[in-house]
Design a protein around this ligand. Structure first.
Ligand SMILES: Nc1nc2c(ncn2[C@H]2C[C@H](O)[C@@H](COP(=O)(O)O)O2)c(=O)[nH]1
Ligand SMILES: [Mn+2]
Length: 229
């Protein structure tokens, strides 16, 4: 288990009511956060970008846990999901909403860290930390600058969390599909043979369009590995 992404995960015996977003602001930002109320409107934008930088810095835990140290960041994952949403051609789906949801769905990981399904943290506690963080970021940094944007980010994040719209369903599927495309890339690039557990994600893909992508990906993977024998 790596340390870099796990600093935000409470030790199993730490009472869950201790974790708060404000306690996980990177130390170098604490001073500028303290001056927010006395600052120019642009300073809210600047500090928001400092928080979002944490998504560019933090690598994805699932790969680090499998000793792939030269791996993608959380931001890399969300960016590729965003552009993948632009390709959707299922009639009636609002692609722009899908792109927005993709770009905010893991935003809370900037302070919470990237928790994998194999980490010991309970689902409810993960949700609490992430929702508290989304509220913290939107209320403290976005709302003072743009109230509408703050509302949109929280709405889009909750839509993904609750899979409460057809667009959120597609983004959930693309979250898994993007992971699998990356997984196959690492299997080929680094000769990884211990990533089989990630492929269980195929069964969580529900929409016909993304399912068809996943079927093709599985076929490519099968052909690749059969040639290896
Ligand atoms: N060890 C595993 N890690 C996994 C698996 N499926 C996803 N993950 C990782 C990928 C990310 O690092 C993290 C959460 O991803 P989100 O995009 O959902 O925030 O979990 C797996 O099967 N094994
Ligand atoms: Mn994700």
């Amino acid at each position: 288990m790596t340390t870099s992404n796990k600093t935000n995960i409470a030790t199993p015996n730490e009472p869950s009511n201790i974790w708060k977003p404000e306690d996980h602001i990177p130390p170098e930002l604490k001073e500028s956060f303290g001056l927010l109320s006395k600052s120019t409107p642009a300073n809210y934008v600047i500090n928001f970008l400092h928080i979002i930088e944490q998504l560019k810095i933090q690598k994805r835990t699932g790969w680090l846990d499998h000793n792939i140290n030269d791996c993608e960041s959380i931001a890399d994952h969300m960016y590729r999901m965003g552009v993948t949403c632009m390709l959707l051609k299922t009639p009636g789906i609002n692609r722009d909403a899908c792109v927005r949801i993709a770009l905010v769905h893991d935003m809370a990981e900037s302070l919470v860290g990237d928790i994998t399904p194999h980490d010991s943290i309970k689902k409810a506690e993960k949700h609490r930390r992430e929702f508290d963080t989304i509220k913290y970021i939107t209320e403290k940094l976005v709302e003072p600058y743009n109230k509408e944007a703050a509302k949109q980010i929280e709405e889009d994040w909750l839509a993904y969390e609750n899979i409460s719209s057809p667009e959120a369903r597609f983004v959930k599927d693309i979250d898994k599909f993007e992971l699998l495309v990356q997984c196959f890339a690492y299997e080929k690039r680094y000769g990884k043979t211990d990533l089989q557990q990630f492929w269980g994600a195929v069964k969580s893909i529900k929409t016909d369009e993304v399912k068809s992508w996943a079927q093709d990906l599985l076929k490519q993977r099968e052909e690749f590995f059969s040639k290896q024998k």
